[in-house]
Design a protein around this ligand. Structure first.
Ligand code: 6CS
Length: 347
């Protein structure tokens, strides 16, 4: 409560006590006291949790305590699609959405497309958070068609395969029952490599691997560690095919109802977190990898080994375009062009 500002307003304007009713008094710089509920697809200690905590701290500080962000880590709101539904219904104002979001925002499967990215994580982060991509009609309209509004893209580190054998070639991938997040592009790509994809809810993946319902999985390094998947797998293999990508999204009606100052809070927090959370994810992934190394073997595919998978993945770009139409194609082209441009700039 900013009592000194209320007092100042009352004194300067000469209001009587009745004119300083609590509702009016609670507004500071055009912002009412309010709580934003933020649904996370990951547990405490994850990259998404760290993002949400930092996001909350920034908006709370900038709004002088008027806005509080309440986080709901994975498990508190149900499964992954329950989180998205609650964001669509406005029960929560903000949510993360990644691979499973493909069933809700078809075009968000761009976050699942292999080998369209730079090998530089820094470049991918910049491209995804550039106005050219983040504010493109194609991206915004895709989320809006589902009652959502995209706020930010959060790369969480390279997605790494875990398996009970070393996978270095498509022949090694043949028939491997690999768990994927539930979307068509992820399944199509895994089939193209010769694997047998199976969709499993995040919270059920540990037991699926333990019971042999799935033989392999794909996650950013920190998640293999914090969810304990590495305990029931022998190898981690990094093909550098895809960063783990999550979008931060808002309920569209709620977002439209915000005033300019409230939207500025979101924009300032988002901008500040682009570089900050990039560093966080790199630290988390390195530290957690170090923690796991006593128990699991980690390897990276060579450039030549990657080539075989790149060749097999390429036709699934057409599957993506067929599935997502003009908007999906436009999004993919922005990524391809911006990655090329930024890589050229760095040379
Ligand atoms: O694999 C999954 O389903 C989940 N994995 C991570 C690292 N974040 C959210 C996602 O839903």
């Amino acid at each position: 409560m900013k009592w000194y500002k209320i007092g100042l307003a009352c004194a300067v304007l000469g209001f009587g006590v009745a004119a300083c009713a609590p509702d009016e008094a609670e507004e500071v710089d055009g912002i009412q006291e309010q709580t934003w509920r933020f649904g996370l697809e990951e547990i405490e200690g994850s990259v998404q949790h760290e993002y949400a905590v930092r996001f909350g701290n920034i908006v709370e500080e900038l709004s002088e305590g008027q806005v509080t962000v309440q986080n709901f880590p994975y498990g508190q709101l149900g499964g992954l699609t329950d989180i998205y539904e609650q964001a669509q219904d406005g029960d929560i104002q903000l949510a993360f959405g990644s691979g499973f979001l493909g069933g809700t925002v078809n075009e968000s499967q761009i976050m699942s497309l292999h080998f369209i990215w730079s090998e530089s994580e820094e470049i991918n982060n910049q491209v995804l958070n550039s106005d050219a991509f983040l504010k493109s009609d194609a991206l915004v309209d895709s989320y809006r068609a589902a009652g959502l509004h995209p706020i930010a893209m959060v790369p969480e580190g390279w997605q790494v395969w875990s398996a009970n054998k070393e996978i270095r070639t498509p022949a090694d991938m043949e028939g491997v029952r690999i768990r994927v997040m539930d979307n068509r592009i992820l399944r199509a790509q895994k089939r193209a490599y010769g694997a047998d994809p199976t969709a499993v809810e995040y919270g059920e993946l540990y037991s699926a691997l333990q019971l042999g319902i799935a033989d392999a999985a794909v996650q950013p390094v920190f998640a293999h560690q914090e969810m304990g998947f590495y305990e029931v797998q022998d190898y981690l293999i990094n093909p550098r095919h895809l960063p783990f990508l999550a979008s931060v999204m808002a309920n569209a009606d709620w977002y439209d109802g915000l005033n300019e100052k409230e939207r500025e809070l979101i924009e300032e927090a988002r901008l500040q977190l682009v570089d900050e959370v990039h560093e966080v994810q790199q630290e988390f992934n390195q530290e957690r990898l170090d923690e796991m190394l006593y128990d699991i073997e980690y390897t990276e595919l060579t450039t030549e080994e990657r080539e075989a998978f790149i060749e097999l993945a390429e036709p699934t770009r057409d599957v993506f375009v067929e599935e997502t139409g003009e908007r999906g194609e436009a999004m993919m082209n922005i990524i391809l062009e911006e990655v090329e441009r930024m890589e050229a700039e760095q040379e």
